[in-house]
Design a protein around this ligand. Structure first.
Ligand code: FES
Length: 102
């Protein structure tokens, strides 16, 4: 079951290209791509670089440290499935972004 958590007002978010959000002890990177808000774990599973600071191309974020790529919709890593990142559902309620956690 998904529990929705308030991530703050969209107007205050800066997508450069990702916006980091802390929910409890979890850091999430939110990207605004083609009108959708896509949320993934912020820490790169390789060496923990913040994926919010990566480069977005063709629906993927490219980690700026060693250039691994992650599909923003599925979390799939181009290096291998053991490196996939978690994705989270999002929704907009009254101008605020909500992120669903398991
Ligand atoms: S820390 Fe992200 S690819 Fe190495």
């Amino acid at each position: 079951m998904t529990a929705w958590h308030d991530a703050g007002p969209l107007a205050a978010m800066r997508f450069e290209p990702g916006h980091p959000v802390q929910l409890g002890d979890r850091w999430i990177a939110v990207f605004h791509v083609d009108g959708r808000y896509l949320a993934i774990d912020n820490a790169c599973p390789h060496a923990s670089a913040p994926l919010c600071d990566g480069t977005v191309e063709n629906g993927h974020v490219i980690c700026h440290l060693h250039l691994w790529q992650f599909d923003l919709a599925t979390g799939r890593c181009d290096v291998g499935d053991e490196w996939n990142v978690r994705t989270y559902p999002t929704r907009v309620v009254d101008g605020r972004l909500e992120i669903g956690l398991p």
